[in-house]
Design a protein around this ligand. Structure first.
Ligand SMILES: C[S@@+](CC[C@H](N)C(=O)[O-])C[C@H]1O[C@@H](n2cnc3c(N)ncnc32)[C@H](O)[C@@H]1O
Length: 226
């Protein structure tokens, strides 16, 4: 197992893994592999856009240690579980609005104390802002037409200074009518207007069709020196 540029993620050959926080337990039927007496879980890039991002060479220049994650669109907790493995000391707040998806997320959180599920609509960050406090990483994976605005509002409200944003943009949820490249350009422009700088852009094909990952940062505070 070789460490990767993403803290807590490992590679063996072409495969990506995290160290299983709950040895012997699977979350979504993934392979478990023991190497050197340590159990790892295979991180499936077809099931998790974050794994796809990492296998496509994406990296995130974290400027601060990640102690709090705000994860928007937690679903059943597939990707959340790998963040929970990778960063056992962090708190991963997972927002999910569908009660049907929230049930397995809640079950996951009962077995992993660093997963904190929130049954809420990510369009209303004021509902959970007091629980989360300030996040070092805001991660979003929800297929909604106004996904860029949702990300911007959450990051504006909850992202710590020098924190990082990772937006898994589903191009076809924005519109079916304009080419993907136009949709991505417009998303980048909208994010820039909201005060974010786009550090990198990674297409997630062939793992995830029509998805582009955008790595975002808040600009450094303007110097007050004259
Ligand atoms: C593509 S799935 C997320 C998969 C998950 N990120 C993973 O990798 O394991 C999108 C999820 O976002 C949720 N979602 C969509 N709109 C939302 C909103 N406004 N607030 C919270 N969750 C939302 C959906 O219910 C769905 O479970």
């Amino acid at each position: 197992m070789e460490p990767t540029r993403w803290p807590g993620a490992f590679r063996e050959g072409r495969d990506l893994f995290t160290r299983n926080l709950r040895p012997g337990e699977r979350v979504y039927g993934e392979e478990l592999r023991v190497v050197g007496g340590v159990e790892y879980r295979l991180w499936d890039p077809f099931r998790s856009k974050l794994a796809a991002f990492l296998l496509k060479g994406g990296s995130v220049p974290f400027e601060r240690e990640v102690r709090t994650v705000l994860y928007l669109g937690g679903a059943h907790g597939t990707t959340v579980s790998h963040l929970s493995d990778a960063w056992p000391e962090a708190s991963v707040f997972a927002v999910e609005k569908s009660p049907a998806s929230f049930a397995p997320l809640l079950a996951l959180a009962r077995r992993r104390s660093n997963v904190l599920p929130l049954l809420a609509d990510a369009q209303l960050p004021e509902r959970y802002a007091a629980d989360v406090g300030s996040a070092d990483l805001v991660y979003q994976d929800l297929a909604q037409r106004n996904q860029v605005a949702i990300f911007a509002e959450n990051a504006r409200t909850l992202l710590a200074p020098r924190g990082t944003g990772l937006l898994m943009l589903k191009v076809r949820s924005v519109t079916q009518r304009r080419p993907a490249s136009t949709v991505v350009r417009e998303a980048r422009a909208e994010l820039a207007r909201a005060g974010f700088s786009v550090r990198s852009e990674v297409a997630l094909e062939p793992f995830s069709k029509e998805h582009v990952a955008l790595v975002l940062a808040t600009p450094a505070p303007a110097s007050t020196a004259h």
